[in-house]
Each structure stands twice: as structure tokens, then as C-alpha cells.
Design a protein around this ligand. Structure first.
Ligand SMILES: Nc1ncnc2c1ncn2[C@@H]1O[C@H](COP(=O)(O)OP(=O)(O)OP(=O)(O)O)[C@@H](O)[C@H]1O
Ligand SMILES: [Mg+2]
Length: 471
């Protein structure tokens, strides 16, 4: 099986989406991303993307107020628009063409997604005089999940489930389009808070406080998913829409991911490591179940406060860092399974363990499937049977189990407590995994355009249904 492959650590082609292929710097723990590269460039002149200061008014009339986030490729500012409304402005500061292409993809995806209360909303985009693109977003008042977890706090099972249900909802539009986020981690998940709601209690001295559902609800914390910088058109739909001029531009025309590993080490699924070594002609394994893996890592972290496979980089120098990351990724590629954390209920663990299965076919096929597993746990206290395939729905499993029970007049099992299966459109009940070659004919025969239009319209309807279903 693919996940059992154990590559020599030195074989990993580490992604390097920045200029020069130079070694990564000693990373900051919270933001270490595979492929991060040092900024060796000389200081930029005043007024360009690298040297912006508070109170600068940029193209579009956005006045920068304060820096609120700094990634490897972009900086995020709190700003006001021409009417004085608060917005966030994310400005690319890397001049590498790969980073630029990824930023344009981010803009396109954030713009194209249907409105979703759990995804940061697009406002505008533009280009600075020096050519640096920027993206304007709603400003989220609150804090990142990373900031909260760094205080040592964690969540009760019910509180973690409530946040995970919101987080899964944030993927409704993305996964229905067969697009992966590719960088799920607490620093890319914000917890928005209204000014009038009470704050979470401050961490106690030991910093080991468990946050309960009532506190999450009292503080009305709302998940907002951020950072679409590593989105991947895993099932080829966006490329298809671009080819047929139903989506402007050619941002997804080019394969950016061959021979690259992009993401944050602790959250990367084993198949992403395998894909990093594939040749262009080989099909990629990374798909919506790879995001489910990242969601599983976050789920584990919510209830334990730690990630299942901690990465402690050796940051003494770039060479030591490179060595430690290769060694770590080599271990991860062998497909280790985490143990059930002490004190976690078996039913909940069966759901988290399913999302962290090294084999993507054994995971929930997408965020919607994970949503359903969590919802069933919250409402009925049941988990999932081991070794379900992505293509096999839990509901189908439960239906079959109930039918057998009826036939044999055996005692009613916990599974029988489930309500009648809700009507789930077939396209949503199973993985949204599609083979792009099914959608894109090698040579379009005459008349195929009508069929193509049909497929595209069907995909758009599926997307609409997915969104309507979740909200
Ligand atoms: N809309 C927003 N409102 C408020 N804060 C934001 C917003 N968007 C981003 N931030 C802050 O900026 C930080 C960086 O944002 P983002 O993850 O989008 O940038 P990035 O350059 O892609 O980061 P990285 O490379 O580290 O993943 C976030 O962790 C968050 O603290
Ligand atoms: Mg980020």
C-alpha cells in the first residue's frame, strides 16, 4: 500500500517556492512551513511591499494601521478603506514567480467561493506600484486558534466537536469544487469574537485549563478559515472552467506542485509526501482526504493541546534544519498511527483515528463526511466502525447493519439508535473524488461542448446543493 512506502529521508524534494532554492532559515515554531526560504534580499526601498509602514495609504485608498500577521510570503495589515471601514490587507512581499502565482490563485479562490460565514470574506484586490499584488479581506476581530493553544489550553470533547463542526462547514464550497486548502493549521484558523461577548477565562497559572462547550458558546466564538495560499485544484474542475472561459484567467493551467512539498510539516498527510516525489505524468494522490488529515491533526490538538507527531526542528543552522526536517518527514511517510490519548472516549477516538488514517481511502472523503461523523457523535454518542473506505459511507454501513439485525431478530445495537438516513445527494454522500480525465476529454470530439457544459452546470449545482445542505 502506498502509505507504507518509506523513502530515504534525503530523497524528499523539499518545496522551495522562493527564489534561489536556498536553505530555509531557522523557522519560528508557530509558522514553520516546508519550503520557507530566507529573505536574503537587500532592504527594499521605502514605499514598496517590503517597507510599508503604518499610516501609508496604498492603491485603492486603503490606509494601513498596524501589522497583524507576517507569513513567509506575505504580510497582513489591519487597515481602513476609503469609507473608514476596518479591513485586512494581505500584501505579497516575495518577488518569486511561484509565490506570485500562488497568491493569484489565492485571490481567485477567495473571490470565487460562495459566501460562507466560516470563511474570511473577500472584499477587493489590487496591485501596488511596485507590482506586488494585495488582497483585501474582512477584518476578523478575535485571535487565531494557534494563539489560543499556545497558552497551553485545550478543549473538552463537546467543545472541540462544536469548533470542528464549524471548521468542517468552512470547507463546504472548497471541497465541493474538489479544491484542497493544503495548509490547515491553527494559525490559519481564526476564532472571531463579537465585542459584546464575554472573553474566555484567562489561563490559570499552570496554563492547563480545559475550555468547555458552555464557555465557547458564551463567548460566541466563530471559526473563520484563512490563508488559501496553498490551494490545489485537486480534481481539475477550476482548470476545466478556465479552459472553457467560464472562469477568467489561466491561474490553474499550470501544475505548481510537481516535485514540490508545500505545507506545514506536522499537518501534512503521508500521500502529500509521496506526491512530492512523483513525476509529472504520474497522477497525484493529494485530494480532499488530505485536508481531512490536517483537520484530524487539529482535532487531536484541540482535545490534547499537542499535535500527534511533534516536530522539533534543529534550528542551529540551515543545514541542521534541512536535515531535521528530512528526518521528520521520512518518519511521517512511514504512516505511523497515533495512540488514543488517555481520557478520550473510544467513540470520539474512532472518528479522529479515521481522519488520521495513513491510507487516504480509509479516511472520511471530505470535510462533509467528517462533519457527519462528528454530528452523529454529538447527537447519539456513536463513533465509526474501523476500516471504512472513503467511498463507503457510514450511513450505508449503518443501514446494512440495521437490516441484518432486523433479519436475524438480534438485539438492537447502538447503531439502531440512529435516525432514518437523511436523504443525501449521492454526489455528496460519498467522496467528491473525481478523475479529472473523466471531465477533460483528451481531444474534444464534435458536440462534446454540450456535454462539457452539462458537466460544468452539474458541478455548479452540486456545489450549490453542498452549500445549501450545510447551512
Ligand atoms: N482577515 C484577517 N483578519 C484579521 N487577522 C488576519 C486576517 N488574515 C490574516 N490575519 C492574521 O495574519 C496572519 C497571517 O495570515 P495568513 O495566514 O493569511 O498569511 P500567510 O502569509 O499566508 O501566513 P503563513 O505563510 O505563515 O501561513 C494570521 O495568522 C492572522 O493572525
Ligand atoms: Mg497562514
Amino acid at each position: 500500500m502506498a502509505h507504507a512506502a518509506n523513502f530515504p529521508a534525503a530523497d524528499f524534494p523539499l518545496a522551495n517556492a522562493q527564489a534561489g532554492g536556498t536553505a530555509p532559515p531557522a523557522p519560528q515554531r508557530a509558522t514553520s512551513r516546508v519550503g520557507a526560504a530566507p529573505s536574503n534580499a537587500p532592504p527594499a526601498s521605502r514605499g514598496d511591499a517590503k517597507s510599508l509602514e503604518p499610516n501609508t495609504t496604498i492603491t485603492g485608498g486603503y490606509k494601513l494601521i498596524r501589522l497583524v500577521g507576517r507569513g513567509n510570503f506575505a504580510k497582513v495589515w489591519e487597515a481602513t478603506d476609503a469609507r473608514g471601514e476596518r479591513v485586512a490587507v494581505k500584501i505579497l512581499h516575495s518577488s518569486h514567480p511561484q509565490a506570485n502565482k500562488r497568491f493569484l490563485r489565492e485571490i481567485k479562490v477567495v473571490r470565487s467561493l460562495p459566501a460562507n460565514e466560516h470563511v474570511v470574506q473577500y472584499v477587493d484586490h489590487g496591485v501596488l506600484p511596485d507590482g506586488s499584488p494585495f488582497l483585501v479581506l474582512e477584518f476578523v476581530v478575535g485571535f487565531t486558534l494557534g494563539q489560543l493553544l499556545s497558552t497551553g489550553r485545550r478543549f473538552s470533547e463537546q467543545a472541540a466537536c462544536s469548533l470542528m463542526l464549524q471548521l468542517c462547514r468552512s470547507f463546504a464550497g472548497l471541497h465541493a469544487l474538489g479544491v484542497t486548502h493544503g495548509d490547515i493549521k491553527p494559525n490559519n484558523i481564526m476564532l472571531a469574537k463579537s465585542a459584546s461577548a464575554p472573553s474566555l477565562p484567562a489561563p490559570n497559572k499552570a496554563g492547563k485549563e480545559v475550555i468547555h462547550l458552555a464557555q465557547v458558546e458564551r463567548s460566541s466564538l466563530r471559526i473563520k478559515l484563512l490563508d488559501f495560499g496553498l490551494v490545489r485544484d485537486a480534481q481539475g474542475l477550476l482548470k476545466l472552467l478556465e479552459q472553457h472561459e467560464m472562469l477568467p484567467g489561466k491561474d490553474f493551467a499550470e501544475e505548481l506542485d510537481v516535485g514540490m512539498l508545500a505545507g506545514t510539516p506536522e499537518y501534512i498527510a503521508p500521500e502529500q509526501l509521496i506526491d512530492a516525489r512523483r513525476e509529472e505524468h504520474e497522477p497525484a494522490l493529494t485530494d480532499t482526504p488530505s485536508d481531512v488529515f490536517g483537520l484530524g491533526v487539529v482535532f487531536y490538538q484541540l482535545i490534547t493541546g499537542v499535535v500527534p507527531w511533534p516536530f522539533e526542528p534543529d534550528s542551529r543552522d540551515p543545514e541542521a534544519y534541512r536535515h531535521s526536517i528530512k528526518e521528520y518527514l521520512g518518519r511521517r511517510a512511514s504512516g505511523e498511527r497515533p495512540e488514543c490519548p488517555p481520557g478520550t472516549s473510544q467513540a470520539l477516538w474512532s472518528i479522529i483515528a479515521r481522519s488520521l488514517d495513513p491510507d487516504p481511502k480509509k479516511r472520511q472523503g471530505d470535510a462533509l463526511a467528517l462533519f457527519r461523523d462528528i454530528e452523529r457523535f454529538v447527537e447519539y454518542g456513536v463513533g465509526v466502525p474501523a476500516n471504512l473506505d472513503t467511498e463507503e459511507t457510514v450511513l450505508a454501513y449503518f443501514d446494512a447493519a440495521s437490516a441484518d439485525v432486523d433479519k436475524e431478530s438480534a438485539p438492537v445495537t447502538a447503531m439502531k439508535q440512529l435516525p432514518a438516513a437523511p436523504v443525501v445527494p449521492e454526489s455528496l454522500a460519498v467522496s467528491t473524488r473525481r478523475d479529472p480525465s473523466d471531465l477533460i476529454p483528451a481531444a474534444a470530439p464534435p458536440g462534446s461542448r454540450t456535454m462539457m457544459m452539462f458537466i460544468i452546470v452539474a458541478a455548479c449545482i452540486a456545489l450549490g446543493v453542498a452549500v445549501a445542505f450545510l447551512f
